[in-house]
Design a protein around this ligand. Structure first.
Ligand SMILES: NC(=O)c1ccc[n+]([C@@H]2O[C@H](COP(=O)([O-])OP(=O)(O)OC[C@H]3O[C@@H](n4cnc5c(N)ncnc54)[C@H](OP(=O)(O)O)[C@@H]3O)[C@@H](O)[C@H]2O)c1
Length: 272
């Protein structure tokens, strides 16, 4: 299976590359030139360079494209429109598109499930909502959408930032009333492998089955790291839910795990 990962140098992209190593996988990077220019499976791509993207698709001829990139929103929309043109008529091809809990960020009174109506307010959420709609309209069931909450991983920027802030005595701003679920880069990679192997379709919410507040989650992380950072907690009048929970039952049991299980997995053999 020939797979092209857009954004393969990022947190999610790296985990996917690692997991799918047995497949014929190549990917794109943008700014991390020093790290990837000598890797003949990695191609430089800036979202604003549509012609380069078309050339890349024609040269690689991927059967599966996984989109986990960032970049300018308008440019990404144009790029994904080009992608639908490339995939048109290629009925065996598939696209896995990474979306976000923010597609519901105008509706925070309860957690959301796969079939809920999208309702975004932030610029980011609106962009992801538009991109989801564009891809589903053009590709139908060939477009699989993964909506993910906060992603954590052994070398993720959030963890590094927390460690650095604790070390430097900087206050970490946390929200007491924002309830989220969370995911791991490795959980996402396991899920994508399962989707590809079983040809699963539709929308997936990939995250823990339970929620806790933004503040409580960071306190749990600090405890695991034996750190005692200064927390600057913000409390609002009403609870807000920014969680994407799943109503699906067609992934293996190992894919359904709690926040405590996530933390165990995250800190297995962690050296502080
Ligand atoms: N991380 C989260 O908590 C989270 C939560 C919800 C949804 N998501 C979504 O999940 C996907 C993956 O997130 P991530 O955390 O893995 O992102 P990330 O670590 O920031 O990686 C982003 C990837 O996109 C590439 N990129 C950045 N700017 C680009 C541009 N202008 N043109 C082309 N490529 C560009 C980066 O390349 P270089 O690094 O080489 O520049 C990198 O490969 C994204 O679509 C994101 O919106 C993430």
């Amino acid at each position: 299976m020939k797979i092209l990962i857009l954004g393969a140098s990022g947190l999610v992209g790296r985990a996917l590359r690692q997991k799918l190593f047995a497949e014929d996988v190549c990917g794109t990077y943008c700014r991390q030139i020093d790290a990837y220019h000598a890797d003949d499976k990695m191609f430089r791509l800036d979202a604003t360079d549509g012609n380069r993207f078309t050339e890349l698709l024609q040269a690689v001829k991927p059967q599966v494209i996984i989109s986990c990139m960032r970049g300018d929103f308008a440019a990404q929309l144009c790029l994904h429109r080009r992608l639908t043109k490339f995939l048109k008529g290629k009925e065996d091809s598939r696209l896995i598109y990474f979306s976000t809990a923010n597609v519901f960020d105008n509706s925070l009174t309860a957690p959301h499930y796969e079939n809920d109506t999208l309702d975004a307010k932030s610029e980011y959420g609106v962009f992801k909502m538009q991109c989801e709609a564009l891809l589903r309209e053009a590709l139908g069931s060939r477009c699989v959408i993964l909506r993910i909450p906060e992603v954590w991983g052994k070398d993720c920027p959030r963890l590094s930032a927390m460690k650095a802030m604790a070390k430097n005595g900087q206050a970490i701003h946390v929200y007491e009333n924002d309830f989220l679920n969370y995911t791991l880069d490795s959980q996402i990679a396991d899920c994508v492998q399962e989707i590809l192997q079983k040809d699963l379709r539709g929308v997936f919410h990939v995250g823990t089955s339970d929620m806790c507040s933004h503040a409580e989650f960071r306190r749990k992380i600090a405890k695991q790291l034996h750190l005692a950072p200064l927390f600057e907690a913000e409390r609002s009048e009403e609870n807000a839910f920014q969680a994407v929970l799943t109503a699906r039952s067609d992934l293996p049991a190992a894919q359904y795990f709690t926040i405590d299980m996530l933390l165990d997995r995250l800190f297995q053999s962690e050296s502080v």
